[in-house]
Design a protein around this ligand. Structure first.
Ligand code: 13P
Length: 231
């Protein structure tokens, strides 16, 4: 199983250092068979030289360096030996208006650099209410043009209506939707959206679920460690 913590813009740099240190200590003493990924905010990125999990970036501009105010690029990630990236999170799609085309550019660029890419897709509540055929069309449109045979690709299905809302999709909804995505793609498939210690087991037991992408419930390192140990 893959357990990924998306820390969003929570924590200071000092707190992220403490977070990574606690996580490394815990995973050193209690080995896990799970693959663990942590995505800190930009200011928390560093070369952590950890052995038991991977640190990735929540976003980066698709270029080596240049005039892109406020962004980070390949050069800064390489400096920290970071080669894992989250692309297409709905918070960037919705709040920052990132288009499918721009997200594809990021995918192409970081794929060409061999990055592990966690590629996020997910429908809004309006689309969910239109039924499964509309959901399918929408999710496929988000995957359109993405090389689904890329070895280092992980797809994360995160229905927007369940992110940070405490409203987890039901096991039936997750199962049905992951089945639909799975027909397109054979590498790892994650679910994200209000995953927590009390529901992680039933979610990771779903047939096509290879792991979870956790937001709020991973903010406290002890909670994230508890979830890693539950799986
Ligand atoms: P929550 O777990 O807080 O719902 O966030 C999910 C998410 O957006 C992970 O990328």
């Amino acid at each position: 199983m893959i357990l990924a913590a998306n820390l969003k813009v929570n924590h200071t740099r000092t707190e992220i250092k403490e977070y990574t240190k606690s996580l490394e200590t815990s995973l050193t003493s209690k080995k896990t068979k799970n693959e663990v990924l942590v995505f800190p905010n930009i200011s928390g990125l560093d070369n952590y030289k950890v052995n038991n999990f991977t640190v990735g970036a929540q976003n980066a501009y698709p270029t080596k360096s240049g005039a892109y105010t406020g962004e980070i690029c390949l050069e800064q990630l390489e400096h920290f030996d970071i080669n894992t990236i989250l692309i297409g999170h709905s918070e960037r799609r919705v709040l920052l208006k990132e288009s499918n085309d721009f997200i594809k550019q990021k995918f192409e660029f970081y794929k060409s650099k061999g990055f592990k890419i966690v590629f996020c897709i997910g429908e809004s509540l309006d689309i969910r209410e239109e039924g499964i055929s509309k959901i399918k069309d929408f999710l496929y449109s988000q995957l359109d043009g993405i090389d689904l045979g890329y070895d280092n690709l992980i797809v994360a299905y995160e229905p927007i209506w369940s992110i940070g809302s405490g409203k987890t999709a039901s096991v039936e909804q997750i199962n049905e939707t992951l089945d639909i995505i799975r027909t397109k793609f054979s590498s790892s498939l994650l679910y994200g959206g209000s995953v927590k210690a009390t529901n992680i087991k039933e979610i990771t037991d779903i047939k096509n679920c290879d792991g979870v992408l956790i937001g709020g419930a991973s903010n406290e390192v002890k909670n994230f460690i508890e979830m890693i140990e539950l799986i």
